[in-house]
Design a protein around this ligand. Structure first.
Ligand SMILES: CCCCCCCCCCCCCCCC(=O)SCCNC(=O)CCNC(=O)[C@H](O)C(C)(C)COP(=O)(O)OP(=O)(O)OC[C@H]1O[C@@H](n2cnc3c(N)ncnc32)[C@H](O)[C@@H]1OP(=O)(O)O
Length: 166
């Protein structure tokens, strides 16, 4: 089995049904959004919440933009990765085609936020998704929508999927 095939096999397992409330597996160990072994990553941990995915997350000093404030690209990365967990619930691989973020208020370093994402509709290969980032007092600090397009596993093979340890 090639490294790419081994990685795809781990994904196949990850796409099995996950019970409500279950912690969802990282996309792979070095994923920028959720990989536990990526020293530059966010190590996002998400769980299933009905038909949505939720996470509790705080950013650290590696993700700073203006002093004390999280870089907008880091916020977008984490939201994009949250959508990647939704794919486990949808049951099909897909990739981000369009991502929009409305930054409603500064996201602060070292503060814990709640993320929630869900699929709003599906048209053929297009998955329309939406997410929010909420402070502990209930204030929405960022909202997002995105379009994912479903792809076959060959999409990842073609791109030279990394080994399971990458
Ligand atoms: C078992 C193994 C599992 C493996 C499971 C891996 C899971 C893994 C998770 C990894 C972790 C996740 C992390 C976060 C997710 C990334 O980060 S994904 C990485 C970033 N995204 C990319 O690299 C995608 C790059 N783009 C592409 O490869 C190609 O453009 C795409 C998205 C595959 C689409 O290309 P295409 O197949 O040629 O499709 P195309 O005809 O252009 O469009 C398809 C449909 O979408 C529509 N569309 C296109 N753009 C738009 C738009 N902006 N708005 C609305 N509709 C649009 C088109 O009109 C078309 O509609 P129909 O005509 O079919 O009705």
């Amino acid at each position: 089995m090639t490294d790419a095939e081994a990685l795809l096999a781990t994904w196949e397992q990850k796409f099995r049904p996950h019970p409500d409330g279950a912690d969802l597996p990282a996309h792979h160990n070095h994923c920028l959004g959720c990989g536990p072994d990526n020293p530059h990553g966010h190590r996002l941990q998400a769980r299933r919440h009905g038909d949505s995915v939720v996470a509790s997350h705080s950013f650290d000093g590696r993700h700073v933009g203006a002093p004390g404030i999280v870089h907008g690209g880091a916020v977008a990365t984490v939201i994009d990765d949250l959508y990647g967990f939704l794919l486990y619930l949808v049951g099909t691989p897909a990739v981000t085609r369009r991502l929009t973020v409305d930054y409603l208020a500064p996201v602060l370093i070292g503060t814990t936020y709640r993320l929630e994402g869900s699929v709003t509709s599906r048209e053929g290969r297009k998955l329309f998704v939406a997410a929010s980032l909420t402070a502990s007092d209930g204030r929405s600090v960022a909202t997002s929508t995105a379009v994912f397009v479903t792809v076959g596993v060959d999409h990842f093979g073609r791109c030279g999927a990394p080994s399971v340890d990458d």
